[in-house]
Design a protein around this ligand. Structure first.
Ligand SMILES: O=C(O)CCC(=O)C(=O)O
Ligand SMILES: [Fe+2]
Length: 200
């Protein structure tokens, strides 16, 4: 494993080997079976290109009413629990006293992206966010706390894990594009990203 450190972001290249990736993927399939992927709509009414779901006490949702954490899926059901193998990644990398209350699942199909943003709907920024990449490569852009500052990009591959803690916790980040079909982990292609968050 190599570890880069760009602007406070910890990028753990190759953190999950192929068998760990398969185990996490199968756990995510269980989550998606219980809580189907949906297309969030921005408060201005624009469909996001990423499809989402979640596990844990809360999921992050967006619709005409705004962005927020919700204890239920848009279909009205509770989110399934965060699978143990995913909680293990959080424990190994953070040693944090609290467990994440949300595992947000993002699915990037061909052409999907995520604009530069801060994760700031959580109550306490002293807890890190841990981000797990599976499947196709994604070009991850990292910036600073202020909007419009310098950014640096890194290609995240299947099994890479990023920890956004300390200064990086409030830093801007996004995914400019994916290389659709670059990984064989997902048979039909695409990129999965999991972000583990303490919400309350
Ligand atoms: O897909 C990624 O690597 C980042 C996802 C992200 O920033 C988010 O869900 O807030
Ligand atoms: Fe984010």
């Amino acid at each position: 494993m190599t570890q880069l450190n760009v602007a406070g972001f910890e990028v753990h290249k190759g953190f999950l080997d192929i068998s760990a990736q398969r185990e996490v993927l199968s756990a995510v399939r269980g989550v998606v079976a219980a809580a189907p992927l949906f297309t969030p709509v921005t408060p201005r009414g624009k469909a996001m290109s990423v499809r989402m779901t979640a596990a844990g006490d809360f999921g992050w949702i967006s619709d005409r009413r705004g962005y927020r954490y919700s204890p239920v899926h848009p279909d009205g059901q509770s989110w399934p629990p965060v699978p143990d193998c995913i909680l293990g990644i959080w424990r190994d990398l953070t040693g944090a006293a609290r467990a994440p209350e949300c595992c947000l699942v993002n699915f990037y199909g061909e052409g999907a992206r995520m604009g530069l943003h801060q994760d700031r709907d959580e109550a306490d920024f002293s807890w890190p966010v841990v981000s797990v990449s599976l499947g196709d490569d994604g070009l991850f852009r990292m910036g600073g706390t202020e909007r419009g500052g310098r950014t640096q990009s890194v290609w995240l591959q299947s099994g890479d894990v990023v920890v956004m803690g300390g200064a990086a916790r409030r830093a801007h980040h996004g995914v400019d594009r994916i290389r659709f079909g670059s990984s064989t982990l997902l048979e039909k292609g695409g990129r999965l990203n999991l972000t583990l968050r303490v919400v309350t």
